[in-house]
Design a protein around this ligand. Structure first.
Ligand code: AMP
Ligand code: MN
Ligand code: MN
Ligand code: MN
Length: 281
C-alpha cells in the first residue's frame, strides 16, 4: 500500500476551482493523494461525481464543504468533513448562503459599473460553471479575460477587497449555525486556514474558545495558505484548545494559488490528526 497522503481541502468548478470534480480527483490521485476531501464553497453538488472518480482511481473520498461565515466583522471559513450532503438542515443552510451570494454579486456588478466596468454580472456568470454558486473569483476571472487586469491576484488587490470599488460587505451564515449544520449531518467542523484571518492573538483565542464551545473539533494546521512558521504556531493552539489538526492544500486550479493538490508537508508530530479515529483510512 502506498503511504497515506491526506488532502482535506480543495475546490472544483462546482465552486471557484477550475477543474470538474472527476478531473480534480484524477489529479489528486496522480499526485499521490490517498484520502481526498472535496470542500467546495457552500455547495455539495460535486460530491457524487467525485465519489465515482475516486472509486475509479482507488482513492478514498471524504464528503466535505467549506461554509462562509460572518463572525463579528470577520469572514471565516468553516470546513465540514464527513458531512451527509443530503441532510436537510445542511442543504437548506447552504441554499440560503448561495442566495445571498447571488444578491451580493448583483451589488458587486453595480459598484463595478460605477468604476467603469460594464456587464460584469453576466461576465462573472459566464465564468461560473455552476450557475448556482457565484463568487468573487468568477468576477476576477472575467476581469482578467477582459484584459482589464493581468491576473486574479491583482484583481482582488485592486477591485475585490475591503476598500476597493467592487467590494461589497456581506452577512454570511453565523458560526453557531454553520457548526450546527455540520454536526447535525454527522460531520466534523474544522476552522479553515486560521492564519489568514486578520485578527490579533486575543481575538483568535476568543474565536477558538467559542468555536470549541459550539461543537467545533478541529483547525487546519498545515494548509496552502499558511507559512511554514505558522504550522507550529497553530499546532500549539490546537493542543491548547483540545482541537484536532487538519491538512489541506486549498487547491483551486493548476497554476493559480499556492500549493498543488497533495503537495504539503506532514502535520507536526505533536498534532492529533482529524482522521485519527476515522474508519478504514
Ligand atoms: P468569496 O467567497 O466569493 O468572497 O470568494 C473568496 C475566494 O476568493 C477565496 O476562496 C479564494 O478562492 C479567492 N480569494 C480571496 N482572496 C484572494 C486573493 N487575495 N487573491 C486571490 N484569490 C483570492
Ligand atoms: Mn475559493
Ligand atoms: Mn477558504
Ligand atoms: Mn478553500
Amino acid at each position: 500500500m502506498s503511504e497515506a497522503n491526506y488532502d482535506l481541502h480543495c475546490h472544483s468548478n462546482i465552486s471557484d476551482g477550475r477543474l470538474p470534480p472527476a478531473e480534480l480527483v484524477a489529479r489528486a490521485a496522480g499526485q499521490g493523494v490517498t484520502v481526498l476531501a472535496l470542500t467546495d464553497h457552500d455547495d455539495v453538488s460535486g460530491l457524487v461525481l467525485a465519489r465515482v472518480a475516486a472509486a475509479e482511481h482507488g482513492i478514498r473520498l471524504v464528503n466535505g464543504v467549506e461554509i462562509s461565515v460572518s463572525w463579528g466583522v470577520h469572514t471565516l471559513h468553516i470546513v465540514g468533513l464527513q458531512v451527509d450532503p443530503l441532510h436537510p438542515a445542511l442543504v437548506a443552510g447552504l441554499e440560503g448562503i448561495r442566495a445571498g451570494r447571488r444578491e451580493r454579486a448583483a451589488k458587486m456588478a453595480e459598484q463595478l459599473e460605477k468604476a467603469g466596468i460594464k456587464n460584469s454580472l453576466e461576465g462573472a456568470y459566464q465564468h461560473a460553471d455552476n450557475k448556482n454558486l457565484i463568487g468573487r473569483m468568477h468576477f476576477a476571472r472575467f476581469l482578467v479575460a477582459q484584459g482589464i487586469v493581468k491576473d486574479v491576484r491583482t484583481v482582488f488587490k485592486k477591485y475585490l477587497v475591503k476598500g476597493k470599488p467592487g467590494y461589497v460587505g456581506h452577512q454570511w451564515a453565523n458560526l453557531a449555525d454553520a457548526v450546527a449544520w455540520i454536526n447535525a449531518s454527522g460531520g466534523q467542523a474544522v476552522l479553515a486556514h486560521p492564519g489568514r484571518y486578520d485578527m490579533g492573538s486575543t481575538k483568535m483565542h476568543e474565536l477558538l474558545a467559542e468555536f470549541k464551545a459550539l461543537g467545533g473539533v478541529g483547525i487546519e494546521v498545515v494548509t496552502g495558505s499558511h507559512t511554514p512558521e505558522q504550522y507550529p504556531h497553530f499546532a500549539n493552539l490546537a493542543a491548547k484548545f483540545g482541537l484536532l489538526s487538519s491538512r489541506g492544500s486549498d487547491f483551486h486550479a493548476p497554476g493559480e494559488g499556492y500549493r498543488d493538490i497533495g503537495r504539503l508537508p506532514a502535520l507536526p508530530s505533536s498534532c492529533t490528526p482529524i482522521w485519527h479515529d476515522w474508519a478504514d483510512c
